[in-house]
Design a protein around this ligand. Structure first.
Ligand code: PGA
Length: 250
């Protein structure tokens, strides 16, 4: 049985004050949700504040991305090792905003996933098709290609620590979600892709859905057999909404 995982991706939102309040509210509620892994990805500069507020509460801290190189003269970059050192246990890689706005390619994302694993972090590899790709019937080819490059780069034991987030680009921040059965179909397909290489890892692999998840649609989405939780953007900035979504994963 896969343990549900719900992670909040705050993107470039918040302040130090808001980080502390939001994290404290989430921590309070999460103590009553032992069945769910709950994670938060604040902006880098607030990771340490968030970690201090979390203390010993069962909330996992994550980065929103990491560098594709270990260290050196890379102004503005943050390495996976630094994130681990700051208390993170996971990191998002290949979010569609990173792919679109920062030109990240599948090979860069595979490198980031590999460095994250080497630093002891679980990479949450984000994949998803654009609306044009979906309408052209190219959803599966698109996500398969995005995932394949990462899977080929990793060893069998590393695949066991991988998490995937399926986030259709047309559903991110738009208020439009995939239907639960559309999401489940892609999740089952992605699990099948990993199974070809690592059957054991595939059975335990957590595949999160992301894209306009709200308290009103979360329970139906999480009820699907291959949907193991969610990656939550906008709704994770509101403690009540985020907690209600975490409750829907129980
Ligand atoms: P959203 O974002 O929930 O605001 O659609 C999801 C994401 O980008 O991870």
């Amino acid at each position: 049985m896969r343990r549900p995982f719900v992670a909040g991706n705050w993107k470039m939102n918040g302040s130090r004050e808001r980080t502390r309040t939001l994290v404290a509210d989430v921590c309070k509620a999460v103590r009553e949700l032992p069945e769910v892994d709950v994670g938060l990805c604040p902006p880098f500069v607030y990771v340490t504040d968030a970690g201090e507020t979390i203390g010993d509460a069962p909330v996992r801290l994550g980065g929103q991305t990491c560098a594709g190189v270990e260290d050196g003269a890379y102004t503005g970059e943050i390495s996976a090792t630094m994130l681990a050192d700051a208390g993170c246990s996971f990191v998002l890689v290949g979010h569609s905003e990173r792919r679109t706005l920062h030109g990240e390619k599948n090979a860069d994302i595979a490198e980031k996933a590999s460095l994250a694993l080497a630093a002891g972090l679980s990479p949450v590899v984000c994949v998803g098709e654009t609306l044009d790709e979906r309408e052209a019937g190219r959803t599966e080819t698109t996500v398969a290609r995005q995932l394949e490059v990462v899977v080929e780069r990793l060893e069998q034991d590393e695949l066991a620590r991988l998490v995937i987030a399926y986030e259709p680009v047309w559903a991110i921040g738009t208020g439009r979600t995939a239907t639960p059965s559309q999401a489940n179909q892609v999740h089952a397909f992605l699990r099948g892709c990993v199974a070809e290489r690592a059957p054991n890892a595939a059975a335990g692999l957590r595949i999160l859905y992301g894209g306009s998840v709200k308290p009103e649609n979360a329970a139906r989405m999480f009820a699907e057999p291959d949907v193991d939780g969610g990656l939550i953007g906008g709704a994770s900035l509101d403690a009540k909404q985020f907690i209600d979504i975490c409750r829907a994963a129980v």
